[in-house]
Design a protein around this ligand. Structure first.
Ligand code: F3S
Length: 76
């Protein structure tokens, strides 16, 4: 089980995460990545579906600034 959020202060808007996992990440109004999965709104409180965990892992690995944080428990 995985929860995820983007530390936006380190995001350089490269877009790799959204390419790897478009159901989980999108750009916010400032052009930075955020978690959009099931309306999470980048809070890191929505359990990512097991069928998306491989995409999530790819996204984490693809981020050049390592600003995608995952955890086994909700962030808040
Ligand atoms: Fe930002 Fe990393 Fe995605 S830099 S756009 S969170 S791949």
């Amino acid at each position: 089980s995985k929860y995820v959020l983007v530390k936006k202060d380190s995001c350089i808007a490269c877009g790799s995460c959204g390419s790897a996992a478009p159901e989980i990440f999108d750009f916010d109004d400032d052009g930075l990545a955020e978690v959009i999965f099931e309306g999470d709104n980048n809070k890191g409180v929505t359990l990512i579906s097991s069928d998306l965990l491989e995409e999530l892992s790819d996204a984490v690995d693809s981020c050049p600034t390592s600003c995608i944080k995952t955890a086994a428990a909700p962030f808040a």
